[in-house]
Ligand binder design. Sequence first.
Ligand code: ATP
Length: 738
Amino acid sequence: MLKRLEIAGFKSFARKTVLDFSNQTTAIVGPNGSGKSNVAEAFRFALGEQSMKSMRGKRSEDLIFSGTHMSARANRAAVAIVFDNTKRIFPKIDFDEVTIERAVFRDGSSEYSLNGSKVRLRDIQELLASANIGETGHHIISQGEADRILLANPRERRAMLEDALGLKAFEFRKQEAERKLEKTDANVKEVEALRREIAPHIRFLKKQVERLERAEELARELATACQQYFAIEELYLDTEKTRVIRERAVAGEKLAVAEAELKAFEDRTTHDSEGMKHVEKVRVAERALDAVTQERAQLAREMGRVEGALDSAKRRSHAVAEEPYVKVPRHDLAQLQSSIERAGDLAHDSDQAALRAALDAIRGAIGAFLLRFTAPKDEYLADEENQVYTLENERQQLAMKDEDLANRIADARAALERARQDRTAYDETGREQQHRLLSVADSRATEEANVARLEARLNELSYLAEEFERERHEVLALAGSSALSYEKLTELPHEDRRTQEERKRGVERLKIRVEEAGGGTEEVKKEYEDAVTREEFLTRELTDLAKSAEGLRALITDLDTELHKTFSEGLVKVNASFGEFFSLMFNGGGAKLVLEEFATIEEEDDEEETNDEEVTNKVRKQGIEISVNLPKKRVQSLMQLSGGERALTSIALIFAMSQVNPPPFLILDETDAALDEANSRRYGDMIDNLAKKSQLIVISHNRETMSRAGILYGVTMGADGISKLLSVRFEDAVTVAK
Ligand code: ATP
């Protein structure tokens, strides 16, 4: 409830003036122009009135004390209303006293404060709405404005009624909900735009990530395939290398042995006159044997001759000794005979030399013949004996010679035999060696081929090892280190090498697929995750927004329903009171508020061309008309009422409205001005009635009205043009008011 009004610098109240409202009804009295209405306007002002007209000004400066010839003007007009809040008529404020203050300055600026803290006008409006103190001022009825509600159009009237019914608070909440909804819808659009914006990016990234994942899957497959392949290949290459090196060493050794043997053989053959020597030796031995054999044959012939000669010499010597005849040796005779024959043969020939030689031979033979015949017989005999002796000697010598030759032949034969044996032995060795040579050469060729083959294999293996390293490197790049983290095998699988080759081909195929899959970087994944997170966030936000929009729409609907219900119910109640007050004032008759469609208000979101359906979306708002039924009169229009009748009707309506939803206070500025004595009494009764529910401040010249007030303030204005306030007694008040 109202506690105090403090005015300073506002209009004619130059000095700080305080009005206490400890009574339920307060009357303000005073002569014309003393500043009573300024008090009512001070209320309007403090409650946030924006219309200058309703405060009888043009500019806000007009509200500030303008000064007189006796006192200086004020720079600031300030009005504070102090409420008692012990009953928490302002439920949101936890103080027993609530002070609303407004100040205006000469530059036109306005300031509002709530319990000393600066606030916005809107805060004041909401606060007042929560306590059913509306802004349209149905609770402040200014002078001459008693029939304002009658003059107002149906729409304004409806607004006044709504205000009186306390729908303002609902309205505020609805407006707020609508504002929030609008914001929410804008947010939804914004978020949807963002989602639309990132959608293609997400699709793009998703494809990238899928590709990446495919590539990773392939890379994993490759890694697994490689682990097996590498493990086997590594062991295979090691084992092969060891085996080949060992085999090569063995082959090398064999080759060296063969080569050494061949070399030795070659050395022998290059110095091999040995065979020839053997042959030569045999030949020499043969020749030596031949020579001694011939020599012995010669000796045998010589022996024959000597033995023959010896025989005949022996016989001759015998004959000589017995006979005196000299015997001519048969040999000499034969020789002579053959020489004669020969000469005979040659006589027919022309060869003189040969003939001469034959003749010489004859001559020689005959000479010897003659010699014999002429020599004495002893001499001759001695000669014969001598010859036997000589021949005997000769024969002995020859025999000795023969014996020697026989020995020599035996020796030569033995030597030949030895030479032959040597040669045969040598030849035998040669043949064996020939065999050996062939076999060694063969084995050398074999081992050479082996070494060459094994070395080629070693080269191949080292190439394969390099290739293997390259493969490992390549796979490391393609499939990562897991491809190389495999357990080393200790034993090769029992399988055909082709199986491993097939594995290698499989690995190659996978490598190509991994390369083709391309892949990307991990950043893409991160980016995709971020984008998805963002998208999810936006989706959640959309859901949240949709939920809150739904909530807001429900709230608006609820508020609409509530508004409608409260309005309808309020209207019924107001009408009941209105009729009652009316018939009380007019001593009969009746009056009521009638709902009437007055306009179609297009909704704000009338976007493009309106079609039929949208026309129905236009909200049909109903205004309020006043229907009166004066007793004994046939008055249809409000316009036809007299000034007093109009005053009574509007008072009845204002009071009726106050009854339904009583405001904390009601200011009536000379509302009773047009009333005659009888009606003044009725008015007074109604004031008493109203005062039960609302605090009343009545500005009045009316004695009857004054008599109903618990406290009376007199307002005077002296020569200084400044309004002054004083408490007066009822009796004085009547005087003061005049
Ligand atoms: P009535 O009984 O005739 O209705 P009232 O007591 O209601 O008179 P108001 O209308 O409240 O009188 O007061 C008007 C007086 O206030 C005038 O004398 C006017 O000069 C004075 N006044 C209005 N505005 C200012 C102002 N800004 N500075 C000084 N005085 C002002």
